[in-house]
Design a protein around this ligand. Structure first.
Ligand code: AMP
Ligand code: GLY
Length: 444
């Protein structure tokens, strides 16, 4: 098969790498890709940007691409899947109508209320005055969310009224969103439950191992929200198997209500949900679960964490997507009922300043790191300049490790991220340790 991956982040590098290791894959294209995908065997970067949808379709036709997989949410919300289908081209991802689950917070909250899916209580506002006058009724912390896509920047946890006022003003002055929701702040631990809803249709969803994403910039969940600073196989999977099993049943119920509800709601489109479905969940101390958000794609950096895991566990990711023969074992989390467990750990190296304005255009030396089965680097905001890796994004790359001991796996990741050197010049004469940072508490 020839496969095209759309996107340029760490998630797309990880997917491209994993698929390139499948025997039935002859070629993986990544559009536009990064310095990491540039270096992988069987993987080729394609110099087309994601907004050039016509060019992408022409590329797929002229290179006889068998399957296209969409990495990020923007092209999905933009309807790239509808366009491919109109042309009879095979693509993995939900169509525009289904991608509203992620594309609009108002849509997803109404959907959850209608379908009895547990989520934080909320109110919707369409104008600044109404939102402001509601502030005397809320308790802090409180959560304000812009309605539309905001590249991970649309959610503000407000600890006091002044923060809420600023968040509301910012949302209503932006051209991207003219609606917002205010919702209760939930306490607990987050869990990313990602499903592959494959070509076989409802009830053939495969649950990938639950992961924990570390969303805030700084240690102990402080600092601003980011796209994710690290990920780990979820610690809840180390608990007693009864706990895992009960959670599994509750999360499956949420998945089923979601799939049935969305297919029913959009039955006039003659389509059904196809693609990745990411349930962002909050688990409280009584193990009660609420949905924080839906994403209609895989997570970043959860994907990097999952791909090194699946590779070492000999699970064929492509097969989960095309799933010619379903083997009946559709939940990777149930492996955690076994005594012998395995772990993966992902650390993000970010540019100083991220998630606000950040440093870029510096050079990265990875030569002290030896990649192995248990250690893999996935690039994100990198590009090649001559033979050097140059930083071009806020989240630069991830270090990903695998092992049968959680703490050793975490230690291996930290030992190696510390081996990365950064320079302001291409000749590697001026080393500067202040150009990047990482969170010190991933895995805790
Ligand atoms: P969302 O895009 O809705 O997932 O929000 C991004 C992040 O903000 C989540 O992963 C949580 O860390 C945090 N968050 C969102 N909603 C809430 C909430 N109601 N209570 C606490 N934290 C939240
Ligand atoms: N890591 C969170 C996300 O991809 O939305």
């Amino acid at each position: 098969m020839k496969i095209l991956i759309l996107g340029q982040g760490g998630r797309e590098h990880a997917i491209a790498w994993k698929l390139s290791r499948s025997e039935i894959v002859s070629q993986v294209y990544v559009c536009p890709g990064n310095a990491g995908t540039f270096h992988e065997d069987k993987v080729t970067n394609v110099d087309i940007t994601l907004d050039q949808q016509k060019k992408i379709i022409d590329f797929v036709k002229s290179n006889q691409v068998d399957l296209t997989i969409v990495g990020p949410e923007a092209p999905l919300v933009d309807g790239i899947v509808n366009k491919f289908r109109d042309k009879g081209l095979k693509i993995f991802g939900p169509s525009r109508e289904f991608a509203e689950l992620e594309g609009s917070k108002v849509f997803s909250k109404k959907f959850m209320s209608r379908n009895g899916i547990p989520t934080a209580n909320y109110r919707e506002f369409n104008n600044l005055e109404d939102a402001m006058s509601h502030l005397n009724q809320i308790k802090y912390p409180s959560v304000i969310k812009a309605d539309g896509l905001a590249a991970g920047k649309g959610v503000v946890i407000c600890n006091e009224e002044q923060e809420a006022i600023e968040a509301i003003k910012k949302i209503f002055s932006s051209e991207h969103s003219q609606k917002l929701i205010m919702e209760d702040f939930l306490v607990g631990q987050e869990l990313s439950a990602i499903y592959v809803c494959n070509f076989n249709g409802p009830s053939f969803e495969t649950s990938l191992p639950w992961t924990k994403d570390y969303k805030s910039r700084d240690e102990y969940n402080s600092g601003p929200n980011t796209g994710g600073m690290g990920a780990i196989i979820h610690p809840i999977l180390d608990e007693h198997k009864n706990t895992i099993f009960k959670l599994h049943i509750e999360i499956e119920k949420i998945l089923t209500k979601t799939i049935i509800g969305i297919n029913e709601q959009l039955k006039n489109t003659n389509m059904r949900y196809l693609g990745f479905l990411y349930l962002g969940l909050m688990i409280d101390q009584n193990n009660d679960i609420k949905v924080l958000e839906y994403n209609c794609r895989m997570g970043d950096p959860e994907t990097q964490n999952l791909m090194i895991y699946l590779e070492n566990m000999n699970i064929d990711f492509l097969n989960l997507i095309i799933d010619k023969k379903h083997d009946g074992n559709s939940d990777c989390n149930l492996d955690y009922m076994n005594e012998k467990k395995h772990y993966s750990c992902t650390l993000v190296l970010a540019a100083s300043g991220y998630p606000n304005a950040y440093k870029k255009d510096f050079y990265i030396d990875l030569s002290d790191i030896n990649e192995s089965e248990n250690l893999k680097i996935f690039h994100a905001g990198t590009a090649m300049e001559d033979d050097r890796i140059k930083s071009v994004g806020g989240r630069i790359l991830t270090i990903n490790t695998f092992g049968s001991d959680r703490q050793k796996c975490i230690n291996l990741a930290y030992e190696n991220i510390k081996k990365i050197r950064t320079y302001t010049d291409k000749e590697f004469r001026n080393e500067d340790n202040e150009l990047t940072f990482f969170r010190e508490d991933i895995g805790r």
